[in-house]
Write a protein that binds this ligand. Sequence first.
Ligand SMILES: [Mg+2]
Length: 229
Amino acid sequence: MKNFDVVLWDVDGTLLNFSEAEKAAIRSLFSEFGLGECTDEMLSRYSDINRKYWNRLERGEMTKPEILVGRFAEFFAAEGIEPSLCKRFNEAYQLRLGDTIVFCDNSKELAASLAGKVRQYVVSNGTVAAQTKKLKNSGFDKLMDGVFLSEEVGYEKPAKGFFDCVFEEIGPLDKDRVLIVGDSLTSDIAGGACAGIRTCWYNPGGSVNDTEARVDFEIRDLNEVLGIL
Ligand SMILES: [Mg+2]
């Protein structure tokens, strides 16, 4: 491609529609765990709690295991559900997340069309259990040149350590020719900018950038990546 040799893709909210998969997983597990119906209002309250916990992870205030179980502990407590269930619920949830595959735009065709033209890697803070299943069920595992999951790398995005490990593995490379595409300003964009690569914010909802993160490119639809590369 003219401008870039390497694309780092975020998964949740970028290649795959995370919120749909999340809702389907929680709804089906509520029924399996005998917790009754999980209503839209409950899912919306869960979503707020979940976001708060992931922000804590990005700021380095909590560990991954703490946030994974902690968000369900807080959610269950708020909904009057027995909190001792939360550890087992989270384990089942990690596996169930991979069962519902909803693509963002036509992300799979896009990645397939780019295969062989640029090197493509997954960079995700999601758990190994969930992401491995998702990447396999979606077929992205066959389209990517490699997968970097924070649990295995030992650092979470936006930490510079995460990107250093990626570059070490796939380098040597010209950082000016590496683009990260992600929906999160706080992990993908802030991390990419700090690591010295170009950043592309996937912002389908037209949110306002209320962070300090340096956005080099902003897109509403993933296909706009083609014009950038
Ligand atoms: Mg994301």
